[in-house]
Design a protein around this ligand. Structure first.
Ligand SMILES: Cc1cc2nc3c(=O)[nH]c(=O)nc-3n(C[C@H](O)[C@H](O)[C@H](O)COP(=O)(O)OP(=O)(O)OC[C@H]3O[C@@H](n4cnc5c(N)ncnc54)[C@H](O)[C@@H]3O)c2cc1C
Length: 431
């Protein structure tokens, strides 16, 4: 193929890449969106829920046409310690009405729809093509190479996800270290819609999001998730990659363990595993951010490490969409000034810093370090469930006041009060 030239080449048709492609094509720029999968989303997976606000800014009332599963109305966080568990549940029925707080969704359908919006707006989508490298001319990115093909562009947007080869090749980031990423595994387990609604006590098409910590990962840094879709549940684990290396377990084995736990097994009983997938999750937030702007290149979404895991909620899709939006604005400004150099494109950082993406990543920048505290995964689930067991157990033993029960458990697990207070204080501050 002779070298073709575009204003923008976007590598990766995930939410970040397709958002940028949609906005740029809508503004009349010629855009090539390249995806290595057979179709957008075919190589993608996530836990299961997207917060709505970011996409609603780009495609107002997107829920009227996007392939979505269920609006989430219930949040539950559960600590598991062996056969005991303790949960905190919050329900907001208003979240099932516009503008819908969040939706569960399946990426194969959703990503294909978002990329089709970019196509409708005029972007060219090329699937089944893996970009191998960027083309450099005098230290400036001038296009991409895919196999034997060379494609030229004024600007390239790296939207190729967590394990971004492109940011590495463009010299914007060193190789990721296992401490900076988690490994996620997920099964989509099919069940009839009525069974899901009954088992999760949901009305109509309402959905639930459920996160777990503790023995679901055998006490290793990470957690479990379960999201209800229309006719399936998405169930999985996310475990820090460096921590996982320290143990002789396979993550697939841990997932089977999780599925068999008394809390989970009845929820998925009789279900058919329709899909199994694994993917990396950026974990270090701003601490793993590559250089976002190079000569002729910008980095968005997971490729930039834009994921927020707060332990009780996970955000990546909205940050990907928000950074795709910021990159599109930056490219439009650079085009207006005919300057796609690093200087011309550096407006991306200014736009991003004024956006919710940067605001939220910065606000929670201490969370990744806080979540490295190993007590969160073994000791505190044991302590919390131990206290609950004392509270709810009635026997012929003499009664003890609640404070006495709590102190007895603290003593049993040999936690110093100073340590406990310090962890609670830190958690309260950084979260
Ligand atoms: C287990 C797990 C659970 C998660 N849970 C949630 C959740 O519940 N809610 C939430 O908001 N976020 C969640 N996330 C994070 C979320 O999935 C990401 O933040 C989001 O997908 C990032 O979008 P992106 O467009 O930057 O990258 P991606 O979605 O990864 O898309 C990158 C695209 O680039 C393509 N690509 C890669 N390399 C090349 C190449 N060389 N050439 C061409 N194409 C290429 C890929 O095929 C892919 O389509 C989770 C992630 C995981 C792994």
């Amino acid at each position: 193929m002779a070298a073709e030239k575009f204003t923008t080449i976007i590598i990766g048709a995930g939410p970040a890449g397709s958002t940028a492609a949609y906005l740029l094509a809508k503004a009349g720029l010629d855009v090539l969106l390249i995806e290595r999968g057979e179709s957008p989303g075919s190589k993608n997976m996530f836990g299961g829920r997207m917060y709505s606000f970011a996409l609603n800014r780009i495609i107002p009332n997107f829920w009227e046409e996007a392939p979505l599963e269920r609006p989430v109305v219930r949040e539950t966080v559960t600590m598991i310690a062996g056969d005991k568990s303790i949960s905190l549940t919050f329900q907001e029925d208003n979240w099932a009405t516009p503008p819908y707080h969040s939706f569960t969704l399946l990426r194969a359908e959703f990503d294909a729809w978002l990329a089709s919006k970019a196509e409708e707006a005029g972007a060219m989508l090329a699937c089944n093509i893996r970009v191998d490298d960027v083309l450099l001319e005098n230290g400036r990115v001038v296009g991409v190479r895919a196999g034997d093909d060379e494609l030229l562009a004024d600007v390239v947007i790296a939207a190729d996800g967590a394990n971004s080869l492109i940011t590495e090749k463009a010299g914007l980031r060193p190789r990721l270290s296992p401490r900076q990423v988690a490994t996620g595994v997920k099964q989509v387990i099919e069940l009839p819609a009525e069974t899901i609604s009954q088992r999760f006590q949901l009305t109509g098409n309402n959905g639930a999001a459920h996160l777990f910590v503790g023995s679901c990962t055998r006490g290793i840094q990470g957690g479990g998730f379960l999201y209800t879709n229309k006719n399936s549940v998405s169930l999985g684990l996310v475990i820090n990659a460096a921590e996982l290396q320290r143990y002789p377990y396979q993550i697939s084995e841990l997932l089977e363990d999780f599925k068999a736990q008394p809390f989970i097994a009845p929820l998925i009983e009789g279900g058919r595993v329709a899909e199994y997938s694994a993917h990396l999750v950026p974990e270090a937030g701003l601490h793993m951010m590559p250089r976002l702007v190079g000569n002729g290149i910008l980095v968005v979404g997971d490729a930039a490490g834009f994921v927020l895991n707060l332990g009780y909620l996970v955000r990546g899709m909205d940050l990907a969409i928000g950074s795709g939006e910021a990159a599109a604005q930056a490219v439009m400004e650079a085009k207006a000034r005919h300057d796609f150099s690093q200087r011309g494109l550096s407006v991306y950082q200014d736009i991003l810093k004024k956006s919710f993406v940067w605001r939220d990543l910065d606000f929670y920048h201490q969370v990744p370090h806080f979540l490295e505290n190993q007590r969160l995964y073994r000791l505190y689930p044991q302590l919390a469930t131990g206290i609950a067991a004392e509270m709810f157990t009635v026997s012929d033993a003499p009664p003890v006041h609640l404070l006495g029960k709590i102190m007895a458990q603290i003593k049993k697990y040999q936690i110093s009060l100073t340590q406990l207070a310090s962890d609670a204080w830190k958690g309260g501050r950084v979260l």
